[in-house]
Every structure is written in C-alpha cells, then in structure tokens.
Write a protein that binds this ligand. Sequence first.
Ligand code: IVH
Length: 691
Amino acid sequence: MYSKEEIRQFLEDSKKYLTSKPDIRRLRELLRFHEYRYYVVNDPLLSDEEYDKLYKKLEALEREHPEWITPDSPTQRVGKDLNDDFVTVKHLAPMLSLENSYNPQDVIDWRQRLNSFVKSPHVHFSVEPKYDGAGISLIYENDLLVRGTTRGDGAEGDDITTNIRQIRSVPLSASFSKYGIRKIEIRGEILLTKENFRRFNEELMKEGAAPLANPRNAAAGSLRMKDPAEVGRRRLEAVLYHVSYVEYSGEENKQLSTHSGTIEVLNALGFKTPQHDIRTYTDINKVVEYCLSFETGRDNLPYEIDGMVVKVDEKVFQNMAGSTSHHPRWAMAFKFKARQATTKLKDVEFQVGRTGAVTPVAKLEPVHIGGVTVSSVSLFNEGIIQEKDLRIGDTVIVERAGDVIPYIVKPLTELRDGSEKKIHFPTYCPVCGDKLVKPEGEAVWRCMNINCPAQVVERIIHFASKDAMDIKSLGESNVRRFYEEKIITDIPSLYSIDYNRLSGMEGFGKKSIENLQTAIENSKTQELNRLIYGLGIRYVGEATAKELASNVEDLSDLQHFDKGRLQSLKDIGPRVSESIYSFFHDDHNLKMLQELRHKGVNMKGVHKQEATGSLAGKTFLFTGTLEGMKRRDAEKLAEDNGGRLLSSVSAHLDYLVVGEAAGSKLEKARKIKSIQILNEKEFLDLMNHSK
Ligand code: IVH
C-alpha cells in the first residue's frame, strides 16, 4: 500500500510535526498512515504517545478551524451522540449464505457438480479462512465510507454506520476512484481476537457481570451497542473478503475480474483482507489439503475460524455457475469439525470463590469435544440459568471453541419427558451457611462472611499462585488438604507450618517437605507488588498491584492514602480506590498484614523513591498556550522538581497553571477553592521560592 520512500517521508514528517506547526491535510494523511500501520498491518512505527500527540494536534487545529473538518478526518470516528434504534436498510445486493460441506468428499462432489454449469477446464479455486464473527456490509461512494450495515436477514440489515466508524481498521475513505470505481459494496466480518476477547471477559467479570460465551457473540453484540465510544474501546477488527456490487465511473477494472485480484485491490486500498492466508489452486485435491492443514492449526490463529471458504476465482465462471435463492453455486464452505456435542446435565453444584461469589457449576455426563473430555462447566450466575431455562436432567448442547472455556449453548427442550427438575439457587452459603446477598447492580450472589472456609481456602490458593507469591510446591490440592487437616488456617499460618505433621502424609517424603519449606521461606522476599496482588483485594489485578507498589516505601503507607490519593494513581478510578481503601481500613486485614510482617514477609517497595524536590507531593495541570516555553517542557519541569501531573481538574489538584486562551479547565478550577491558579511567571517563581 505504501512505498518505502513514502514510509520514510511519513516518518520524517511525523517526527517534524511532533514539534512544529503542521499542515492539516498532511497531518491527516500521517494519522491515517499510522492508523493503517497499527490496526491493519499490526506493525506501528510510532509510539502510542507520539501518535496521541499528533492526534491532539489535529484536534486542536480543527477546533480552531471547524470549517476545515472533513468527514474522513481521523478525529471523526468518535461519534458523540448515542445511537437510537437502528434503522433497517436494504443491501445493494442480497447477502447470501454459503453451502456447507463437512468432509473432503463433499468438496470433491461440489467440484463435480460445478462441471454442469461451468464448461471449462481452466477454473481456479481460491481458498481462505471462514471467519467466525459478525457479517457486515460496507458502502463507499466517491471514496468515502457512507454506510455500514449488519447482515440482518440477508436482504436488509441494520444501519450501524456510527459504530463501524469506531473500528480503526476500517478506512473512513479509500481511493476507489483510482480504480475507476464510483460506488462499491464490500462484505466482511467483524472479529474480536481471542486475546482481546479474553481481556474483555476479564473486565466483565471484574465488574461482577457474566462473561460472554465466545468472540462471535461479543463482536455481534458490540456492533449493536448504543454508545459508539464503548464500541471503540472493544478493539474490534474488520476483515473484508467479498465485493458484492460495483458501479464504475468509466471502464470496468480488470483486477476485479477475479476474486484473488479483488482481494489484492482491497488490500492495496488499506483494508484488512485474507491476503496472507489465501491460496489459489486448479486441483481440487490441493484445495482439500489446504483446508485440512488449516484445521490442524486453527488453535494457533489469533482469532476464531469455523472453516474455510472455497470460491471459484474467475468472475466469468462465477456468473456461469450463478446462485440458488440461498447460496452461490460458485462457493462452498468447508466446515471444521464441530466443537459442540450433546450430553446430559446431571446436577448443578454451587461453588464459593475467593470473593464470596457463588458460582453454579453444571455437572455433565462426560463428553468428548475436540479432543478433550468435558464433565463440568461453569454456568456463571443465576441469570444465565434462568435465561436458558436449564433443568437438571436436560439434554444440553455444549460448545468448546479454541481457548474459550466450554459452555452450555442451550437445552434441547423438545427432548424433555417431564422428569427434568428446576434448578433452585441457594439462599444460604452452601459452605458456611450465612445468608447470601446480591449487591445492587451485580449479577452474582455473594457470601459476605470473610471467614467462610471456602473463601479462606481460595484466598490462600490465590496468595500462593504463580503470579502472586509463586510458592511452587504449594499447589491448589495441597492447600485444600492442609486446610482440611488444620495444618494451615489462614494466609499468615503458611509461615508457621509444623512440618513434622507433614511427614506422615501421603506424597510427602523428606525431599518434598524440604522443597516446600524452602519455597515458603523464599516467598518472604518476593517483591511487594506480588504480595499486594496476592492479598486478593477486589479489582486489584497485577497492573494495579505494580502501580501501588511503586508508589509506596512500605506497604503500611497504603493505610494513609485517602481515596483521592489513590485515584491520582494510574488507572485507578472510584470503584477500585473504594475497594483498596476499605481493604486497608479493615481491622481483620490489618491484623493479617501485621502477622505477615511479623513473620518476616517483605513489605518494602523497591521501585520509585518518594518524590523529592521543591514541588514534592504537589499536583499540577497546565492549560492554554504558555508564552516562554512549550507546555511539555513546563510539565517536565514540574515533574523534575517532584510535582505530579494530573489530567483533569478535580479537588485533588493543587495548582492549575494557565497560559493564553485557557478554556473550560480554568472555569472549572475557579469553582474549587483549594486549587491555586498560577500564570507562567508565578509557576516559575513557585519553584525558585521553594528551593
Ligand atoms: S464469502 C456470497 N468469505 O460466512 C458469498 N463469507 O455462512 C459471500 N464468512 O454470511 C460470502 N468468512 O458472514 C465469505 N472468507 C469468507 C467468509 C465468509 C466468513 C461468513 C459470511 C457469510 C457466512 C456464510
């Protein structure tokens, strides 16, 4: 898409514009180029920070000159208004589905049938992945993206243009005119990579919401969201694989006369396509071979595919083959082996987790799916049982897709014989008997008794786990055994185990006892961030634990952080700060920390020294254009002198430094009495005076 020379020039101009006043048109080209490198090619050439800086420059220029804004400007992805109901619109050409095949013979038979429509020995077949996402259709007119639509019923779909514009790998404009194309409709798939899906589900679970079943559902759901900005945060990707309609301004373009040529054109125009995975063959046996080789490697792909699509490459031959009312005769889906199976739901158990959340777990008649035996799957929460109307004794469909944990798709209600039993969610904790509560706005029931044995055991398991204190010989099953035998009773008791008591236990020879003892002893010197993570404070993952550890000299400092101080740290919002604050103000927790300290567990932070300098501990925000120095330099000066920068005006801000043409931040700061408003000179004086 870009030549070496162009790339060099793009980079040179990007660096130049980071510090000088840019030309707006060139700046947009640069940002588009960097979006392409980041989202389509996955090979960024600028740091996120540099990209943000360029982006902000464009925003500032457009704020000064709103008349210069174009609909395809990189700033125009962000829709400000919420979507009302989506409007149904007609596709330019119907979105047909594909005929399915499930084994090599089906493909060979299809090739045979094709002979009666296409009487030529020179047919080529393109083979590419069948992406398992949500189908979409895009229309570009005069090089601009004008519409994005869901598949709908194939004839018409929902207009989701505002949401599609949030997907960074979809270009807002593309030079179709260079190919003589005035209007074009393109088909493709919206995907969420397995990695992004996993992250997305983690977020949901942190919030107490039920995780989604698979990336396809997550992608499809995302496209129909009311808030376009939220769509932007979900890191969706778009792969385009088919052109369903073209209107030329002049002559037809020859490159579009084959499917493989069409993919090349889309690729050259900056779209993500199956480019790297597409192969073209004349021999149908080679087609089958390629399909099978992809099936073997499907788990190693970053996204889910549910098969391969075989397409006649030449448009002339496609036209000869034509379509039925359902599917084109020139294409065929080679579906991979099902990762679904049916089995019986025997029982539902209720497990109590580390935070007291009660999770229903379905016990199944063991069943083989894609090489593993599944006998137990999480049902996540009560809502899911009700939504699916599951009953004990039901025959259910279970799916296991790639890295995704197995889940129950649905019960087969038509197979019920009346003996199935309703599932009753307990009202009392199945382990300690305390009454369960469902906090407002959450989907899960919780046992609030922090001494509930189930919670205590799970907390110890988490404390010892690999990403926390990493106590190697103390796996989950040992923790359970030791707890049952009362060898350990809580986290601190790990450091006063009576090792004599282990010697009689099965599986504990002299050597393994020694290993365990060493592993526990060594954990005392683990870094503070691991200890903080291991404490299992709600919403505190590894990243937050690191942030906390690098902002204290000793763990006890956190007892003196108020919620404001906590929220001034990276990525800590009201919910997380509330949780940390209450953890460090709970007597039971403080007693536990004291015991750990007593037993020699390291509580010292290692990374950042407490800020020193004349502005130590003070918070700053700069707004408007400064006269004598660049804003970035002023910010650096504040930081070098021990100050901390905040990104918005709040009661945690000590100083707002105001330059020329300061706007809403100044207005807001004037309303908060504790904020001191300084001009540039006063800011410099402040540093000199306090030296
Ligand atoms: S071609 C008329 N290519 O599969 C042919 N479809 O089951 C147009 N799909 O609705 C479709 N990957 O959403 C085509 N590489 C691919 C595909 C693909 C996934 C989806 C598409 C279609 C469905 C049919």
